[in-house]
Design a protein around this ligand. Sequence first.
Ligand code: NAG
Ligand code: NAG
Ligand code: NAG
Length: 391
Amino acid sequence: MNMSTLWLVPVVLYVGLCSIITNSVVAIDDGSKKCDFSAIFNFGDSNSDTGGLSAAFGQPGPPFGESFFHHPVGRYCDGRLIIDFIAEKLGHPYLNAYLDAVGSNFSHGANFATAGSTIRPQNTTLHQTGGFSPFSLDVQFNQFNDFQRRTQIFRNKGEIFKTLLPKAEDFSRALYTFDIGQNDLTSGYFHNMSINQVRAYVPDVLAQFKIIIKNVYVRGGRSFWVHNTGPVGCLPYIIDLHKVKADDFDKAGCAIPYNEVAQFFNHELKSAVVQLRKKLPLAAITYVDVYSAKYSLISHPKKHGFEEPLRGCCGHGGKYNYNLHIGCGAKVKINGKEILIGKACKDPSVWVNWDGVHYTQAGNKWVFDQIVDGSYSDPPIPLNKACHKHT
Ligand SMILES: *[C@@H]1O[C@H](CO)[C@@H](O)[C@H](O)[C@H]1NC(C)=O
Ligand SMILES: *[C@@H]1O[C@H](CO)[C@@H](O)[C@H](O)[C@H]1NC(C)=O
Ligand SMILES: *[C@@H]1O[C@H](CO)[C@@H](O)[C@H](O)[C@H]1NC(C)=O
């Protein structure tokens, strides 16, 4: 996309912004004021996909969704994701996936995330081993851009459109949430790259991330809530991918080298956020250390009321109840009889990991409860005050 077109922000948006600027100055003086987020726009991967990938590539089957929705709902989880708890907390309905054409109501936001998404576009298709979603962050931004333009055309038609689509000013009053980057790291591992090779391309990944945040800002985005990446070295699908040396495991049973790269990514992400704050003077950007919350859950499960931190609840075989080729919800023929790969754990509400790749609803809820009040954030402000700029 030609950058210059991005500067053609509609006049009406500028009018909206002016009132926002005045409001937020008042709000900085009164740090205790809650933000009135009119909408949530989310960008990400399976950690926050509420139906995007499944709208294009098919639903993950049962038992996905069973703990809360009681049927599959395009989430890679037994229930709700962190983004669902964010929507609940801000008083909005769950976000519809932008790609969900039927029955969606986007008046309170849209979700551009899809499972398997990366920041950098990949050169593989979803159907290759270690293939990733074609909806990388640049594509998600294009979709957002088109969404913003077209919703205003259709809102002006009135009637039902008015109740289904956001107002022009909602784009500057919205919370923009990001949870993406994990697959940029894991794609390297799936392509047999060394830890050092993956580490070496992290700066390029973050350079592309910064471009997208700037583009959203140019389109009127002001409040950003950015999750860092989790401890991927604690997830069965990564631990199981290549042989990990015995002394490369930490006390929690996580693979240290993979976690070190994730920490390096997070360190670079945090400095990217610092640079963005300087470049985008009207933006409030909150960096959320999801890594530390997830790692404390996995390293001290009992303390937090969980039994099993590493093994997947739903899956098949091996040390972690995980098999890359026979995943949760798969149907396999054993002795001519079709068998559904379902839950191996009795109670997913005391397990951290759902399917070897993703967290359970209980795990997501626990992490959400840690991050919602700002104790894992920089600056340390709660979710519902993340429109306030702190310098
Ligand atoms: C895809 O291929 C192009 C051209 O060779 C390269 O510049 C780019 O870095 C590749 N992307 C990834 C994610 O490897
Ligand atoms: C869409 O959602 C909004 C906010 O929840 C609601 O006010 C509106 O009535 C909904 N529109 C339809 C057609 O259901
Ligand atoms: C990675 O290595 C494994 C084992 O040697 C091999 O089977 C697989 O095809 C390789 N993957 C890629 C993408 O090169």
